[in-house]
Design a protein around this ligand. Sequence first.
Ligand code: ADP
Ligand code: MG
Length: 256
Amino acid sequence: MLDIRCRGLIQHPASSIQYRFAMTTQDSILKATSLHKHYQMGREDLHVLRGVDISVRAGEWLCILGASGSGKSTLLHLLGGLDTPDRGDVLFNEQDLFSLSSAERDRFRNRHVGFVFQFYHLLPELNVVENTLISAMVGASLGAWTRRRGELRERAVALLDQLGLGERVRHRPNELSGGERQRVAIARALINQPDVLLADEPTGNLDRKTGATILDVLADLHRDHGQTIVMVTHDQSVADRADRVLTLELGKLQKS
Ligand SMILES: Nc1ncnc2c1ncn2[C@@H]1O[C@H](COP(=O)(O)OP(=O)(O)O)[C@@H](O)[C@H]1O
Ligand SMILES: [Mg+2]
């Protein structure tokens, strides 16, 4: 199969933020094959994923729709290398995630994957800009962090400004609304310019109107910056915002 991969930077006209993107022809940025995952609960063997195959094209916004308990979070965690499958492979940017050691996988994830969760997972003692910088800080050596701190802080502030949080950079999470907290979580996920943004029920904890503003943010990232997004949800109206929807049912993915 032809695979011409172009890497580059797109500059947002209204800001100094650059988004890294990967373009491939006829190929996927993220590909999983025959993923199986069991959980052993006492005597019960829960076979959650029963051979999931998925291929995500660079630049697309893909949604996985499924009922509560169908295995959406399990699948998203495997795609981002947060958990390991019992069987099957994940190729992320042609890197076989599960051939890496767990430390190598952590480093890879920090550079290439952005996660957004339903419950934000912000650190309450850090302010908005510090929360945004967490994954940049974790991914850098002490020397690199000291050298690049000013530049990264500027990038974080510009990103927060673009997400409508310019006036909130010194606030703590408990001083923010749910929608604002989720926008901080999105800024944190984007700070390392990830190749793929993985979003787990990103509007699940928000009222419909606020949820729609978060989906607008994802739509802008996708449309204006070519951000590849894989989102999971149980909500058909949320899924309708994506380019392509697959349904997770009985441990397998089907076209919607
Ligand atoms: N760490 C775990 N240990 C045991 N069972 C789990 C674990 N994580 C998830 N499960 C079970 O696996 C199934 C799928 O969970 P999950 O992936 O969270 O579904 P969804 O995100 O679609 O609601 C559920 O029945 C859940 O209870
Ligand atoms: Mg879930």
